[in-house]
Design a protein around this ligand. Structure first.
Ligand code: PLP
Length: 402
């Protein structure tokens, strides 16, 4: 068998493995150190009762002759698709049709699989730092060239840093696909409608496609930040939007997401909606009925009220981190419309050196920015997914060592 060498020669995904290794080593020689983790990218609050109630009822239904269901519709049950359209689009003046929404088991699978739509030589652009799935999935398909000194030779990087206010410049070369993630992981920053518009215009002018990852949209608090890229005129002609219940409603372990592929999206006269549907129907067999019922409960009045409380809890943690660090004179970004805070390391310290300092002197863990791409060097990610008490204690310890 001839191997896919693009896959077999991939550099190891070392970031979180390296973080875990360094914590393990330190804990082994310092067993009394009470380590606080602000590196967690996973939710920590339990599912709310509106969701578990709907989940439980649906599981019970499955155990009755009348309620049993086998394979569901390829792209999801109408009850969930209708709830998504009404709750996330119609309510905001965006018209989306049932056959434009594809329910899936996660935004990670969707953003990773979408590259199957592109030609092998399609030119890809990503913001830098970046959620690694966009890059790695294209690299595995052999699209990004060689990995040299921490960069892919055939990938267009759009740096986001303090100097440009985390607003990426448009690609200088002609690209086919641009991945955008807002609110952003790892920086926690956002683009306003006015800042996003040039990307939509670029895509329309250059026959390019935007993959818009809105996994963190539930954290948006500011009015000028779009909740969907389709709020921008023309976006339905150039953008696919990926959303998830993971961070919105604590579904990281339950698994449910959706991707919108508008009918207007056409390249070389081919409908992306049609070929994405073809791909999904062949390779994916749907999300379980109880999980889709649980996801639909997110849109009930009680569900909305309860998930908003969880989001407010995380946003309060983000505020504690942000304001605590600002008071200590640290340059911080994000944390207003996102559960992530992106801080500049003191004295331009390398991000892994700062990781070691924080671990050893403050017993606090975060994530070194360099792990998210070359422009992440000199930055550090802290997350709001811990208890309020731990968050407060961690900030106090960080401030003390600074
Ligand atoms: N997109 C971004 C930007 C993420 O940070 C994550 C998870 O951390 C995901 C997608 C994954 O979402 P899901 O749990 O729906 O697969």
């Amino acid at each position: 068998m001839k191997l896919n060498t693009s896959l077999s020669t991939m550099p190891a995904g070392y970031l979180f493995a390296e973080v875990a290794k360094r914590i393990k080593e330190y804990s082994a020689s310092n067993p009394d150190a009470a380590i606080l983790r602000l590196g967690i990218g996973d939710v920590t609050l339990p599912l709310v009762s509106a969701i578990t109630d709907a989940f439980t009822i649906a599981v019970q239904e499955m155990g009755t002759p009348a309620g049993f269901r086998g394979y569901g519709p390829d792209f999801g049950y109408d009850f969930l698709i209708d709830a998504i359209i009404a709750g996330d689009y119609t309510a905001r003046g965006v018209e989306i049709n049932r056959d434009e929404v594809f329910i899936s088991d996660g935004a990670k699978s969707d953003v990773g699989n979408l590259q199957e739509l592109f030609a092998w030589d399609a030119k890809i652009a990503v913001t830098d730092p970046v959620y690694p799935v966009y890059v790695d999935s294209n690299a595995m398909a052999g699209r990004l060239g060689q990995y040299v000194d921490g960069k892919w030779t055939n990938l267009c990087y759009l740096p986001c840093n303090a100097e440009n206010g985390f607003v990426p410049a448009l690609p200088k070369e002609k690209v086919d696909v641009i991945y955008l993630c807002y609110p952003n992981n790892p920086t926690g920053t956002v683009l306003t409608r006015d800042q996003l518009k040039p990307f939509v215009d670029y895509a329309l002018e250059n026959d390019a496609l935007i993959i818009y990852d809105a996994a963190y949209k539930a954290f948006i608090t500011e009015k000028d930040v779009p909740l969907s890229i389709y709020e921008l005129p023309g976006a339905k002609k150039c953008a696919i939007e990926c959303c998830s219940f993971s961070k919105t409603a604590g579904f990281t372990g339950t698994r449910c997401a959706y991707t919108v592929v508008p009918k207007e999206l056409e390249y070389d006269g081919v409908s992306l909606n049609r070929i994405w549907g073809r791909r999904q129907a062949t390779k994916f067999n749907g999300v379980s009925y109880p999980v889709q019922r649980a996801a639909a409960a997110v849109y009930t009045e009680e569900g909305q009220k309860q998930i908003q409380e969880s989001i407010a809890y995380y946003l309060e943690n983000a505020r504690i981190i942000r304001e605590g660090l600002v008071k200590a004179g640290v340059q911080v970004f994000g944390g207003v419309n996102a559960p992530y805070i992106w801080m500049k390391t003191p004295d331009d310290m390398k991000s892994w050196d700062f990781f070691d300092l924080l671990l050893k002197k403050a017993h606090v863990v975060g994530t070194p920015g360099e792990g998210f791409g070359p422009s992440g060097e000199g930055y550090f990610r802290l997350t709001a997914f811990n208890t309020k008490e731990n968050t407060q204690a961690a900030v106090e310890r960080i401030v003390q060592i600074l």
